[in-house]
Design a protein around this ligand. Structure first.
Ligand code: 5GP
Ligand code: MN
Length: 340
C-alpha cells in the first residue's frame, strides 16, 4: 500500500470508529479469511468492527476463529441493516464493484459511511475514499497483511488473524501453486506460521473434510465433462436435479472446474451450474496462460474476476447456455490456439 493511501487510512482510523467489513456474495476462503482477519485487526486497534456477508459461507470454513460472529444478511437481515446504517466506515474486501454483494447493494449505495476497498480483482469501481487495489496480489488476505504492515501494526498479528490470512491465501492460490503466488507471498506465509498459523491443520480442515455427497457430486461432474479439442476447451455441467440428488451444499462445487483445466492441452475450462432458485446458470471460468477469462466473462456474461479465474452468469436455461457458449467460443478459436 503506497504512502499516500496509508496516510488517508491512518487519518480515517485516528479516532475510534464503528466499522462493518463486507465480503462478496457466495463468499469463498479469501473473502471470509480476509474479512475476519481485517475485522479482528480493527478491533485490536480499538475500533468496533464486525463482518457482514450477503449470504452464507461454505461448511469447510466454519471452524475459522470468530466465524460464528459473522452476520449473514440473508438470515439476519434486520441486524445487518442496522449495522450498515450505523457504520462510520465500511470496508469492502475481495470485490471491487457493489454489484457483487447481491441484496446488500442498495443498502451500501444509500448509506452514509465512507468506504475502504481492499481488493485484487481487475478494474475497480470508484466508490471508496480509499482504494487499495492490486491485481498482482495473490489474494485479498495477503493484502490485509500488507495493509497491517503499511500501518506499522504487524505487532498486532495474533494467531487468529494469522490463521484467517493463511486460509485466505491458501485457498486463493490453489495451495500456493497459481502464478499469482510470489516469493513475497511465501515470506508472508512464513511469518504467519511463525505467529502460529498451523499449516497442516488448516489444510486438513479445508480440504480433508469432504462429505460423501460432495464426492458423489464430483463423480457426476466428471461424468459430464466435455472436451472440445479444437478450442483447447473443456467444460462441465451440473443441473439442479443432479445437485439435488447429491444434497448440494454451498461450497460443494468449489474447485471442480480445475479438473477440467488439468487436462493436457486444455487452456480454457468452464463449469456451468444451474441454480433454479435464482433462475440463473452460474459459470466459473479458468484458463492457463494469457487467455483472459476476465475479459471473456465481462464481455459475454456480465461477470469478471482475474485473468485466469473469473465468474459470470446466464439467464438462459442450462442447455441453451451451453449452446450459446459454444457459438461464442467460435469467435475465440484463433486466440485460444495462440494462447500460451
Ligand atoms: P468463482 O468462479 O470461483 O466463483 O470466481 C472466480 C473469481 O472471479 C473470483 O475471484 C470471484 O471473486 C470472481 N467472480 C466470480 N463471479 C463473478 C462475477 O459475477 N462478477 C465479477 N466481477 N467477478 C466474479
Ligand atoms: Mn480473492
Amino acid at each position: 500500500m503506497d504512502k499516500e493511501t496509508t496516510a488517508v487510512v491512518k487519518q480515517l482510523l485516528k479516532s475510534k470508529k464503528k466499522i462493518v467489513v463486507v465480503g462478496h456474495k457466495n463468499p469463498d476462503g479469501d473473502a471470509v479469511g480476509s474479512c475476519l482477519g481485517m475485522s479482528f485487526f480493527l478491533n485490536q486497534l480499538g475500533h468496533k468492527s464486525i463482518v457482514v456477508m450477503p449470504n452464507d459461507f461454505p461448511d469447510f470454513l466454519k471452524w475459522l476463529p470468530g466465524c460464528e460472529d459473522i452476520v449473514i444478511h440473508e438470515k439476519d437481515t434486520d441486524v445487518s441493516i442496522g449495522l450498515i446504517n450505523e457504520a462510520d466506515l465500511i470496508f469492502t474486501l475481495d470485490f471491487n464493484s457493489l454489484s457483487r454483494v447481491g441484496e446488500l447493494q442498495q443498502l451500501l449505495e444509500d448509506c452514509d459511511a465512507k468506504f475502504v476497498m481492499v481488493d485484487h480483482h481487475q478494474a475497480p469501481d470508484d466508490y471508496a475514499v480509499v482504494t487499495y487495489s492490486d491485481v498482482a496480489m495473490s489474494s485479498t488476505s495477503e493484502m490485509v497483511y500488507h495493509f497491517m504492515d503499511a500501518l506499522g501494526e504487524l505487532d498486532a498479528l495474533c494467531v487468529e488473524v494469522a490463521t484467517h490470512l493463511y486460509t485466505g491465501i491458501m485457498t486463493d492460490t490453489g495451495s500456493f501453486r497459481f502464478p499469482s503466488t510470489t516469493a513475497t507471498t511465501h515470506r508472508v506465509i512464513a511469518h504467519l506460521m511463525e505467529i502460529g498459523a498451523n499449516n497442516a491443520e488448516i489444510h486438513q480442515q479445508v480440504y480433508d473434510t469432504n462429505s460423501a455427497d460432495r464426492m458423489k457430486l464430483l463423480g457426476v461432474a466428471l461424468k459430464n465433462l466435455n472436451i472440445i479439442p479444437e478450442y483447447h476447451t473443456a467444460y462441465i455441467t451440473l443441473s439442479q436435479k443432479e445437485l439435488d440428488a447429491c444434497n448440494f451444499r454451498k461450497g460443494d462445487t468449489e474447485g471442480f472446474v480445475n479438473y477440467a483445466l488439468s487436462i493436457a492441452g486444455i487452456k480454457f475450462a468452464v463449469i456451468f451450474i444451474e441454480n433454479k432458485q435464482e433462475s440463473i446458470v452460474k459459470m466459473s471460468f479458468r484458463s492457463k496462460g494469457d487467455f483472459s477469462v476476465n475479459d471473456f466473462a465481462r464481455n459475454h456474461y456480465n461477470g469478471g474476476g482475474h485473468i485466469n479465474a473469473a465468474g459470470g452468469r446466464s439467464l438462459a436455461s442450462l442447455s441453451k447456455t451451453v449452446t450459446e457458449f459454444i457459438s461464442i467460443l467460435h469467435g475465440y478459436k484463433e486466440e485460444l490456439a495462440n494462447a500460451s
